[in-house]
Write a protein that binds this ligand. Structure first.
Ligand SMILES: [Zn+2]
Length: 226
């Protein structure tokens, strides 16, 4: 049993008028597809309709739809959000920068996979942690001594660059590995701060663009059991 996200747009109006259109659409879908596990709005009759606040001004209808699709619940109400449609050109610069930063953040997080934890980093072969482990495995020494507990560990049994005896994390990193790690971690913080700041500036600019003359539509979505 899955769920199918279905959304529709309705013209700007008060809640009652929009709600009447939603009821109509549900009845129509119900008549066409049935009322159970049809994957369309027919299954949502009686589930209620709730207006949700947008997190910020959406870049476009696609972004709005993506956001709404993520918060709709299969067993929850139909959700409606006002999507304002001002001139979004001034926001483009912010959106481009934010996209670039999001890519950098993804790269940074892959590079840090496996650090500071015992999770499986094998899915990120290019991560710093796996690079270190691969280098140790490829090296000549069959034993590796932990600088912390001084245990000698068989390289062939190592599953990470943490010490399996005293659990000291990153125990088998060299100084240069540690420097790389510090750089990656500081980059992570810088990226997070830059993203937070840009998002705040974008929201402030977006707010200024919405007034009583700004055109908008209702975007109404539902996650429909199928
Ligand atoms: Zn140790």
């Amino acid at each position: 049993m899955g769920a199918n996200y279905v959304s529709r747009q309705f013209p700007a109006s008060n809640f009652a008028a929009m709600s009447a259109l939603v009821d109509e659409a549900c009845a129509e879908d119900g008549a066409n597809d049935g009322h159970s596990y049809s994957g369309s709005w027919g299954v949502k009759i009686g589930d209620g309709l709730k207006v949700v606040e947008p997190p910020s001004l959406f870049a476009d209808m696609q972004a709005a739809d993506h956001w709404l699709g993520n918060i709709c619940d299969k067993w929850g109400e139909i959700l409606a959000v006002k999507v304002f449609q001002p001139n979004t050109k001034p926001l483009k610069g912010f959106d481009n920068k934010l996209n670039t930063l999001a890519l950098e953040r993804a790269k940074n997080s892959s590079a840090l996979a496996g650090v500071g934890g015992w999770g499986d980093a094998s899915k990120q072969p290019t991560s710093l942690h796996n690079t270190v482990l691969a280098r140790i495995k490829a090296g000549k020494s069959k034993l590796k001594q932990c600088p912390q507990c001084e245990s000698r560990v068989a390289v062939k049994h190592l599953k990470s660059a943490h010490c399996p005896v005293c659990f000291t994390q990153e125990a088998f990193y060299t100084d240069s590995d540690r420097q790389k790690l510090v750089r990656l971690q500081s980059k992570k913080e810088t990226l997070a701060e830059n993203i937070r700041q840009l998002e705040a500036e974008r929201t402030a600019l977006a707010k200024k663009q919405i007034n009583e003359k700004t055109p908008w539509v209702w975007l109404v979505g539902a996650s429909c059991s199928s």
